[in-house]
Design a binder for this molecule. Structure first.
Ligand code: PEP
Ligand code: MN
Length: 506
């Protein structure tokens, strides 16, 4: 298959002639009929084994009767924004928890993440560029985790997320419980409700930037340069607004018109949950797709009628396949092949050109812009070596993809504080270096940088080292709340956003 791809790349054919199937070990992958359950015929990695299969089946049937969480119409609206990102007309800021939990503090987490994403969008819209800023939260469904090892340091089954089992350190708690799929649905539904209320109450991202500016000024551990930079931004906008109101002209440098509403995303890992929320949308004039609208989210964006009904994963607008589950003939690729959402695939430094072409062929056979996002998570060394030739080959072949950078997942390290506590952490300098290198490479290759994918919290957590809070190893124990990987705190994330604004060619 690899050779076939190379022949086609070499023969100078313009558009990539995808065939929607790839031969692996004599078997055609991607050519069989798809259904929401066809993934069950494929090898599935990282799925929990439920001891009570009957109860699982009952829960799955229950999920199929519930309303979809997001509407096909809003999914298509994100698809359009990602198509714009493909052409350099939009930039995506995607971020949130590594693992959301079923915590009673979910509302507070959601509010703080909402303000952080909004403030980041406000910063990025102050460049004078007309590029749309698209916010995607790792929110309202990021409950399932792939794990590198099946058992943890205590010899217990590794924690795979609240949607699977409890994190409590005992064997009974770690037994996969199907009822948690329904609990996840309720939590996701509540989080979506929070987002809609927040969008209603704080429609202006400027207001969020102002709120965070005040929070930074009160936070004694935050670098004063960051406080000043954000205050200057807010002050500049205030002055412009005064000028604007006295002259009646629109002069503010923050153009909130370019900022889109918040969309949701998560890793499409727990396939029984995902399958249970697949819905068929009929786009004909009398079809159900037009009646399903969430508030006025999509007002003003006309959606074309489509002749055939389409399947949508309604658990989120955007779903991605993780580095550990992107096997070409695997269950996760099979599931996402048939839903019409925009989707992503994470790529570590181990990803090959052949794998990327095979994934594009199966997941985006019509080469539709915005359908497929490639999210690199390679670390500086691999990115430097692997990304330029990969990007160049993808560009030469005419493949339409959004290139996004996850500067977090290849920079995880383990440290021990002087009390002997061990922490997974990340150094902000390494995160920044990887992000900057990604932008250098995209600029050199003449490919639009489509966005950035971060693990971050809107709260003052102490999980990553350095950055705007100069967090040291001895600080980690103070506010380490992540249920899985370490997140940037709100100040570290804002500092990174300022660096992003300065290092990207807008
Ligand atoms: C994640 O995004 O939390 C994750 C597990 O990523 P990856 O698949 O890139 O390791
Ligand atoms: Mn993670």
């Amino acid at each position: 298959r690899g050779a076939e791809v190379c022949v086609r790349l070499g023969d100078g054919c313009g558009a990539f002639g995808l065939r929607n199937s790839v031969s692996i070990g004599g078997r055609q992958v991607g050519s069989e009929p798809w259904s929401p359950s066809s993934w069950r015929q494929r090898p599935a990695h990282q799925l929990p084994v439920y001891p009570d299969k009957d109860q699982l089946a009952l829960v799955e049937a229950g999920l199929r009767t519930l309303p979809g969480l997001v509407t096909p119409k809003s999914i298509r609206s994100l698809h359009e924004h990602l198509a714009a990102a493909c052409h350099g007309e939009a930039f995506v800021i995607q971020g949130g928890d590594c693992a959301e939990t079923f915590s009673s503090r979910t509302l507070e987490y959601n509010i703080s993440l909402y303000h952080l994403l909004a403030a980041q969008a406000a910063i990025l819209s102050s460049t004078g560029s007309k590029r749309r800023i698209v916010r995607i939260g790792r929110i309202a469904g990021q409950f399932a985790k792939p794990r590198s090892a099946p058992v943890d340091a205590d010899g217990l089954p590794s924690f795979r997320g609240d949607i699977v089992h409890s994190a409590a350190p005992n064997g009974r708690a770690r037994t996969p419980d199907p009822q948690r799929l329904l609990q996840a649905y309720r939590h996701a539904s509540a989080s979506l409700e929070h987002l809609r209320v927040l969008e209603h109450l704080h429609a202006s991202p400027m207001e969020s930037l102002r709120i965070l500016s005040e929070k930074l000024a009160w936070d004694s551990v935050v670098d004063s340069n960051l406080v000043k930079a954000i205050q200057n931004l807010v002050q500049g906008i205030d002055e412009e607004i005064i000028v604007m109101s006295s002259t009646g002209r629109h002069v503010t440098s923050i153009d909130t018109n370019v900022i889109e509403n918040v969309f949701t995303s998560h890793e499409a890992l727990l396939l029984p949950y995902e399958e249970g929320l697949v819905r068929l949308a009929d786009w004909s004039p009398s079809g159900n797709a037009h009646t399903l609208e969430h508030l006025n989210r999509d007002a003003g964006s006309p959606i074309d009628l489509l002749s055939a009904p389409q399947y949508y994963a309604t658990s989120a607008h955007f779903l991605w396949i993780g580095e550990r589950t992107r096997q070409i003939d695997g269950a996760h690729v099979e599931f996402l092949r048939g839903v019409s959402n925009p989707i992503g695939v994470k790529l570590s430094g181990n990803a090959t050109l052949e794998q990327v072409f095979a994934l594009a062929e199966i997941l985006n056979p019509a080469n539709t812009p915005g359908r497929l996002t490639l999210i690199t998570r390679m670390g500086v060394d691999a990115l430097q070596r692997k990304l330029p030739p990969l990007m160049a080959a993808v560009k030469r072949s005419g493949l339409a993809v959004v290139w996004m950078c996850d500067p977090m997942h290849a920079n995880t390290q383990s440290v021990r504080d002087k009390n002997g506590n061990s922490f997974k952490t990340r150094d902000c300098e390494q995160v920044l270096d990887e992000m900057r290198l990604f932008f250098e490479i995209t600029a050199a290759e003449g490919v639009p940088a489509g966005g950035i994918h971060l693990e971050m919290s809107g709260e003052a957590v102490t999980e990553c080292l350095g950055g705007a809070t100069r967090t040291a190893v001895h600080d980690l124990a103070r506010a380490y709340h992540s249920a899985c990987d370490p997140r940037l705190n709100y100040a570290q994330a804002l500092m990174l956003t300022l660096a992003l604004k300065d290092s990207l060619q807008w």
